[in-house]
Ligand binder design. Structure first.
Ligand code: RIB
Ligand code: CA
Length: 309
């Protein structure tokens, strides 16, 4: 059984990753931190609570996390996720009480209580980890590992070199990757292979349940965005990869490598650079990087859960 805290910037793929996670039998969500990223914090906080309400999980606590990166201003993803983060759909508002405790203290205290059993899953920028680290540097002692969607060893999606989650706050990502915590990362190299194609989307629609109806409404614009950028009619399910990995590692192929974050170059700001298979490796702790996926098994894993909604 995995006990996790989740940090996400609920946007569209975050939303469906959360709906997947909620029904994973081997994963218990101990707490959630909403962070800025795809859209402003106020919106991701509301979206996260509303998605839990939609699925009937109002009991899971959601805390307000980071509102901006450590340096610079936030860069949002309105063109992909819409101005409100969920394709401008109006979800039924959550009636759960608002959590007022500081998110980073709440996360740290639970990690300490669980004494090394807790895993942090991150589906947005790394700012929540960095803000916790500044307040409680020994958080690394109490975290089993961090499993995140982010980075790319090939081209970027926010810039030609950088993937959105890392680009949003490269300094926080550097703090995470240099902290010594065990890391599993799902870069674009694997998440762009983890997609629903048009046949899969037809199958999903055939479930004719509240999740499939929500997907039909919420995916319209993002599918156009992905087609414009990639030339494929595919729903790239970036944020599901850490979730599916936690549940069944065998669906993925991974490598061990050192990863450095580019925080100086204007052109490559936020690029994740791996030393995999090179003659002169970097120093420090290696990370586990997912680089390939059995897509059929990935889709089946998601659909076996989605058909239960
Ligand atoms: O690059 C993909 C990532 O950026 C995903 O987490 C998506 O939600 C956006 O935040
Ligand atoms: Ca995300």
């Amino acid at each position: 059984m995995h006990t996790i805290w989740l940090s996400l910037d609920t946007g569209i793929d975050d939303c469906f990753a959360l709906l997947l996670l909620l029904k994973e039998k081997d994963i218990k969500i101990d707490g959630i931190i909403a962070t800025y990223g795809n859209v402003e914090l106020e919106k991701t906080f509301k979206n996260t609570r509303d998605v839990l309400h939609f699925a009937g999980y109002d009991d899971i606590k959601v805390y307000k996390g980071s509102a901006s990166p450590l340096v610079d201003k936030p860069c949002y993803g309105y063109d992909c996720h819409g101005k409100n983060g969920v394709n401008n759909i109006k979800l039924v508002s959550s009636t759960a009480p608002i959590e007022n405790e500081n998110a980073f203290d709440a996360f740290y205290n639970r990690a300490k209580e669980l004494n090394g059993q807790m895993e942090l899953v991150m589906l947005g920028p790394s700012s929540d980890f960095a803000n916790t680290y500044f307040r409680h540097p020994d958080i690394v002692k109490y975290l089993k590992r961090v499993v995140l969607m982010g980075g790319s060893f090939s081209g970027g999606n926010r810039t030609s070199q950088a993937e959105f989650n890392i680009y949003a706050d490269p300094i926080s990502s550097e703090i995470l990757f240099e902290s010594g915590v065990d890391i599993v990362m799902a870069p674009l190299d694997v998440t762009l292979k983890s997609y629903f194609d048009l046949d899969d989307i037809k199958t999903l629609s055939s479930f004719d349940n509240k999740l499939s109806h929500l997907f039909e409404k919420m995916s319209v614009n993002i599918m156009k965005f992905y087609y414009k950028n990639s030339g494929y009619h595919r729903f790239f399910f970036h944020d599901a990869c850490p979730i599916v990995y936690l549940s069944d590692e065998s669906i993925f192929k991974s490598i061990k490598c050192h990863v450095k974050i580019e925080t100086k170059s204007k052109l490559a700001y936020g690029k994740t650079i791996s030393d995999y298979d090179c003659d002169i490796p970097y120093e420090g702790k290696e990370v586990t990087a997912l680089i390939d996926v059995d897509r059929q098994k990935f889709v089946k894993h998601c659909f076996d859960i989605y058909k239960t909604y």
